[in-house]
Design a protein around this ligand. Structure first.
Ligand code: DC
Length: 218
């Protein structure tokens, strides 16, 4: 079974999806980490992120490994580095690169294989796994999402003003929603969940319950 959890940054996808996967003993795919890993690779190599061919070639010739929450690019552990705000901000160029998107979608399908998977991102229910049995789209108010992002950054040692995060977030939402290929939008058969005023635990339990009942064919 494939469970897709899409939505904007800060809607709580990662935390929720990881926990749902754990409770169901499903594999977990963090597809945002893949776009971040390609961004990190290009920044590390000094590749112009807007040069679509060079970026795609770099991505295709690198090795990416995702093991229990850790991310490796060409064998190097980049788990914390890919969460830095430079990577977050620059990832928009990678997300807009159609060749990279096609490559990463293929990688996502390969990694999912025939296993039971919870996968989170922007286009998992629409493009990567349109046949998924269970699709969710998480949202939250812009303010809540920015507060969550601020806390995440602080955990990583970066202290950024809320105003600045809100501004960047608005820009990111616009780009995510209007991208030519793989735009952020709910699949027509996705269940929408607003996480603004809810505890993650509650959301996790709701999603877990829906998946379990679908598994039983209810
Ligand atoms: O969810 P995140 O913040 O880790 O995502 C990082 C970047 O990757 C962000 O620019 C959105 C992009 N992304 C995407 O375009 N498609 C996905 N399936 C996942 C992430």
């Amino acid at each position: 079974m494939i469970v897709t959890i899409d939505g904007p940054a800060g809607a709580g996808k990662s935390t929720t999806a990881r926990k749902v996967a754990e409770r169901l003993s499903f594999q977990f795919l963090d597809t945002g980490a893949m776009y971040r890993a390609v961004t990190w690779l290009c920044l590390d190599r000094g590749i112009d992120l807007q040069n679509q061919e060079l970026v795609a070639a770099a991505a295709q010739s690198a090795t990416f490994e995702f093991q229990g929450g850790q991310v490796f690019v060409n064998g190097r552990d980049v788990t914390s580095e890919i969460r830095m705000s430079t990577v977050t901000n620059e990832s928009r160029h990678i997300a807009a690169n159609n060749a990279v998107r096609a490559f990463l979608i293929e990688l996502q399908r390969q990694l999912a294989g025939t296993a039971n998977v919870v996968t989170e991102g922007r286009d998992q229910g629409t493009i990567a796994f349109p046949q998924a049995e269970c699709k969710f789209f998480l949202t939250a108010s812009p303010q809540q999402r920015a507060i969550r992002r601020q806390k995440d950054l602080a955990r990583n040692g970066e202290h950024v003003a809320l105003e600045e995060i809100l501004n960047q977030q608005t820009g990111r939402d616009q780009r995510d929603e209007t991208r030519e290929f793989g735009a952020l939008k709910p699949a027509p058969d996705a269940i929408l969940i607003d996480t603004s005023d809810r505890e993650f635990e509650q959301v996790v339990t709701e999603i877990e319950g829906i998946v379990r009942s679908r598994m039983l064919g209810k």
